[in-house]
Design a protein around this ligand. Structure first.
Ligand code: PLP
Length: 385
């Protein structure tokens, strides 16, 4: 059938950044051109053996081969509850405050459908994870970009949000440790955010996908902040912590009403997470803390080597606090981050992510992911000379 039109809703979507980069990579592969890929947050490191073994065994259990419960297995929710208490000293009710997700992206993107009406405003960080914009557009809402600027340590300046926007805003996405800027949010700042959201009746979708990818200070949960439980849902992922990106598993937790709202959307969309994956997730959270410690060490070594290499090459504004990204100001000779990404791809065969892809305030930066081995990073540094 020719001439089938996309809906207005989908036509308004910008192309999904990583899908565009994937297209370029496929073109190179089709031409048998080798390249170094430091563009995407998908670590090269294998998932813990114990997780794989649990998955294998659990997949043979007949009940796991059937539809799963929408709200996730009690076993997985209990493992999340215990992990959360140990990690953040926050007590969650496994029956009303924890909702397993098919990856945190799934929950983050479905969440506004429960609470935001068409025409209302969603505050999103810029630069920020591209999914937030998509989430706003799916809900028919207007995304309002909160600039994350280097001079503010990449913390959104709440005072700069106009009163008219505050009054129209229904939801705010926030993400620390931050992709792509690598910034961490101090407790004082998170306390201000909670106060702001409570004052203006804004629901806070706090994306903590990188809570375990830190090298110095431990990131906080928003639920450690007094009053957050009234307005926040926090999103977690097993993707980065246990190198389980392909498994598609994460969770949302926090306010019981918000958890129920997201569950209502999900029960109309999906039919739960494969039971064996939930068992594998429970194993990761309860038995793999040594793996996570080792992962952090590996990522820190990679980061340190790459950052000192970049400094030697003359890059002078480099941010590499937490997460496994390195966020770098582009040299002046490049007109834009897209120009630099094209140059790296065509001349150096390095795939990196242009800052503009994360929103207009990402312009002027490029992101490198430390998701490849140290030898590959050294090779990339040599090519950059
Ligand atoms: C900030 C942020 N949030 C959420 C996600 C989604 O992770 P997943 O859906 O694999 O849990 C990502 C993935 O890169 C991310 O960078």
């Amino acid at each position: 059938m020719n001439g089938i039109q996309l809906s207005n809703r989908l036509s308004n979507f910008p192309p999904y950044l990583f899908a565009e980069i994937d297209k370029k990579k496929s073109e190179l592969r089709a031409k048998k051109i080798k390249f170094i890929d430091v563009s995407i947050g998908d670590p090269d490191i294998a998932t813990p053996d114990g997780v794989i073994e649990t998955l294998y065994k659990a997949s043979k259990i007949k009940s796991n081969q059937k539809y799963a419960l929408d709200q996730g297995s009690l076993k997985f929710r209990t493992a999340i509850k215990k992990w959360f208490k140990k990690r953040f000293d926050v007590s969650l009710c496994e029956r009303s405050q924890i909702l397993p997700l098919i990856g945190s992206k799934e929950g983050l993107i479905h969440f506004p459908l429960a609470y935001v009406n068409p025409g209302e405003t969603i505050l999103i960080p810029s630069p920020g994870y591209p999914g937030y914009r998509g989430a706003a557009l799916f809900a028919g809402a207007k995304p309002y970009e909160m600039p994350l600027l280097a001079e503010n340590k990449f913390l959104a300046d709440l005072d700069k949000i106009p009163l008219s926007v505050r009054n129209r805003a229904r939801m705010m996405y926030l993400n620390y440790p931050n992709n792509p800027t690598t910034a961490l949010a101090p407790k004082k700042y998170l306390t201000e955010v909670v106060k702001f959201c409570r004052k203006y009746g804004i629901i806070l979708a706090y994306d903590n996908a990188y809570s375990e990818i830190y090298f110095e200070e431990k990131p906080l949960s928003i639920l450690e902040i007094p009053g957050a439980e009234e307005i926040a849902l926090e999103f977690h992922s097993l993707s980065k912590t246990f190198c389980m990106t392909g498994f598609r598993v994460g969770w949302a937790c926090g306010n019981p009403g918000l958890t129920a709202g997201l569950l209502k959307v999900k029960s109309n969309v999906d039919s739960g997470i494969f039971g064996a994956i939930q068992e594998a997730g429970a194993n990761a959270l309860s038995s793999q803390s040594a793996y996570v410690g080792k992962l952090r060490k590996t990522l820190k070594t990679r980061r340190d080597v790459f950052v000192s290499g970049l400094k030697e090459l003359g890059f002078d504004e480099i941010y590499a606090g937490s997460t496994f990204y390195v966020w770098v100001r582009i040299p002046e000779r490049f007109g834009s981050s897209i120009d630099m990404a094209e140059y790296l791809l065509m001349k150096k065969r390095i795939v990196a992510t242009p800052g503009l892809g994360f929103g207009k305030h990402g312009e002027g930066f490029i992101r490198f992911a430390m998701t490849v081995d140290i030898d590959v990073l050294k090779k990339a540094l040599k090519l950059l000379k």
